[in-house]
Design a protein around this ligand. Structure first.
Ligand code: C5P
Length: 234
């Protein structure tokens, strides 16, 4: 089987525009796709998206929206006008909310539905959802089904559930996998982690790389290591 090349996205989890753009400069040509999340967007606003676009970089706006359909639809419309390629919403916001996001994005930016955060394990999800019995993988699959029915571009899940999502919905959904760790890295606050190679082999279209790259003293070299893992494989 030929596996298509996955795209690596570095998470610019930085407190301000200057430190984010410093990191982009240090990584240089090794990465052309960056994630702007809640920390950086709150500090630096839409201008950071414009600055990244001006450098020729693609942008994933990871706001993980979860609100009423009208609000999320309008936010998706504003995000797509900024020129971002991908935007996240929470799948648990419901089908109408996801449909509103897809409609608001108007085909210009892909809506990704977050299934269950990679920082949560089964016991944390059981506690949060008030369910004594719950199979986390089955819930991820159920939410992926709703995202597919709402017309989402893809879903965010951990590498541990990716193969089953891929086999059930691979023709309709792209997979974005965060919680990536190189062998030997600390897991930090993440719980459901995989290596870059495992993520690629499970069928990811996009890998989100945070501290495994950004906390490395030489982020460009760390990125080149990951890029080698992303080369198309047979
Ligand atoms: O540093 P680390 O690799 O743990 O960062 C993961 C990044 O991916 C963070 O920016 C986090 O917001 C994001 N993310 C995640 N889990 C999801 C979706 C996004 O960890 N389900």
């Amino acid at each position: 089987m030929v596996v298509k090349k996955a795209r690596a996205i570095v998470a610019l989890d930085r407190p301000d525009a200057r430190s984010a753009l410093d990191l982009v400069e240090r990584i240089g040509k090794a990465c052309d796709f960056y994630k702007v999340g809640n920390e950086l967007f709150t500090a630096a606003g839409p201008q950071i998206v414009e600055a990244l676009r001006a450098l020729g970089k693609s942008v994933f706006l990871d706001l993980k929206l979860h609100d009423i359909p009208n609000t999320v639809g309008q936010a998706a419309s504003r995000a797509s006008a900024l020129g971002v390629s991908l935007l996240t919403v929470h799948a648990t916001g419901g089908r109408a909310m996801m449909e509103a996001a897809v409609k608001g994005a108007g085909g210009k930016c892909g809506i990704l539905a977050v299934t269950i955060l990679t920082s949560l394990d089964t016991s944390a999800v059981r506690l949060a959802w008030g369910r004594a019995r719950l199979d986390l993988s089955r819930e991820v699959l159920r939410l992926a089904g709703q995202a597919a029915n709402a017309g989402a571009h893809g879903v965010v899940c951990s590498g541990l559930e990716a193969s089953s999502v891929k086999s059930d919905y691979g023709d309709r959904l792209k997979l974005l996998i965060p919680g990536i760790r190189r062998p030997g890295d600390s897991r930090d606050d993440q719980r459901r982690t995989v290596t870059p190679l495992e993520a690629v082999r499970s069928g990811a279209s996009y890998l989100v790389l945070g501290r495994t790259i950004t906390a490395d003293p030489d982020p460009a070299m760390a990125m080149r290591y990951v890029n080698k893992m992303l080369a198309p494989t047979r």
